[in-house]
Design a protein. Structure first.
Length: 105
């Protein structure tokens, strides 16, 4: 009825799942950095943000963009959040950068 899996096969499945989640985190950091850079280039004025803060700005902007996208369209069934896409990620990062600028002054 059910095929038995060897312990080696279960270990391989676990390693593949772990590698996918690690790549997802790395990919989120890279894309978040570029989204943060684009948002900083669009926003007028000087922003004194480090590399890590720029990446966090882009990642948080993607989350805010996903929340904005949720208003306009329903996410896929079973998904935890709505993937925003590049444009809404930049818009979300611009909103956060605007709020950051207002709070910093």
């Amino acid at each position: 009825m059910f095929a038995e899996r060897s312990p080696g096969a279960i270990f391989q499945i676990h390693v593949l799942t772990k590698n996918k989640s690690m790549l997802h985190i790395i990919w989120s950091i890279i894309v978040g950095f570029f989204v943060g850079l684009i948002a900083r280039a669009i926003m007028p004025g000087a922003q004194h943000l480090t590399f890590i803060m720029t990446a966090l700005l882009g990642i948080a902007g993607s989350i805010v963009g996903g929340l904005i996208a949720r208003v306009f369209s329903k996410p896929e069934p079973g998904s935890k959040f709505h993937p925003a896409g590049l444009i809404l990620s930049i818009i979300g990062a611009l909103i956060l950068l605007f709020i950051w600028g207002k709070l910093a002054t």
